[in-house]
Design a protein around this ligand. Structure first.
Ligand code: NAD
Length: 256
């Protein structure tokens, strides 16, 4: 594979599983050094990275916690010297009808899925500014654009991610830093496979099929589909692409 990210350090949050793991592997295969960040131990990701002789290290961190993020920043800089590519991917997606939602549920969702994007970006963007080059990619969701009951807190957070992406891109464009978002469709990952049936009683396995039938390209999105977009976005081919949200969902949002 072309080593188009050689010499770059990528920090990927939520990289112990799912889309984040696919991101780590794809960028490493194309030459990036990778900081794997997750709340959980990232043994499987690290084993796969070692198997391809990647330069990588893992960091256990709750990205919604300001103190832990401050420590993460120091640890990453000690290990790799800097962060050139930041992927704010960590997220949770428990569904819950609005009628049952309490302020603590709302705040937890906003804290993990939106505060974290602010905190981790704030920690690493300064170094990118100094070097006049950087890439920030945030994970949104195509649920922002579709009928998705049970997800008011999640969609509010992801809408915030899309707004933050646009606004930060405006500020950082003159500094050589692009900021974009990827909005996946319902993707086959550990997180979706392990979640309980939704309030309509639909399992994730059923939902992959139901949604695929509504897509222009009728198959479930895979983590590797997201990684294909990410690797382009953080490459020099995407130098003039910023403030965008890319829906990677087989055309569900545009076609339905
Ligand atoms: N899978 C989908 O269908 C889908 C669709 C749209 C958007 N997304 C978004 O893509 C991202 C990744 O989703 P996924 O399906 O790969 O999820 P996943 O559950 O498979 O993996 C998410 C990873 O994030 C980690 N994580 C969770 N909270 C964290 C925290 N506070 N600090 C650090 N790490 C934390 C988890 O431990 C896990 O390893 C999320 O932001 C999600 O909202 C996913």
């Amino acid at each position: 594979m072309e080593q188009r990210h050689a010499g770059k350090v990528a920090v990927i949050t939520g990289a112990a599983a799912g889309i984040g793991r696919a991101f780590a592997l794809r960028l490493a295969r194309e030459g990036a050094e990778v900081a794997v960040v997750d709340l959980n131990a990232a043994d499987e990701t690290m084993d796969e990275l070692r198997a391809i002789n990647a330069r990588a290290a893992s960091f256990q961190c709750d990205v919604s916690d300001p103190d832990q993020v401050a420590r993460l920043g120091d640890e990453v800089e000690n290990e790799f010297g800097r962060c050139d590519i930041l992927v704010n991917n960590a997220g949770i997606f428990p569904s819950m009808p609005f009628a049952q939602m309490e302020l603590k549920d709302w705040r937890h969702m906003l804290s993990v899925n939106l505060d974290s994007v602010f905190l981790v970006s704030k920690r690493f963007v300064g170094g990118m500014r100094e070097r006049k080059w950087g890439r920030v990619v945030n994970m949104a969701s195509n649920s922002f654009g579709q009928v998705a009951p049970g997800l008011t807190h999640y969609i509010a957070a992801k809408g915030g991610v899309i707004g933050f992406t646009r606004a930060l891109a405006s500020e950082l464009g003159p500094e050589g830093i692009t900021v974009n978002a990827i909005a996946p469709g319902f993707t086959r990952t550990e997180g979706t496979l392990n979640r309980p049936p939704n309030f309509r009683g639909q399992t994730s396995e059923q939902l992959y099929g139901i949604l695929a039938d509504r897509q222009a390209i009728p198959r479930a999105p895979m983590p590797e589909d997201m990684a294909g977009v990410l690797t382009w976005l953080v490459s020099s081919d995407a130098d003039l692409i910023t403030a965008q949200t890319f829906y990677v969902d087989g055309g569900l949002i545009r076609a339905s």
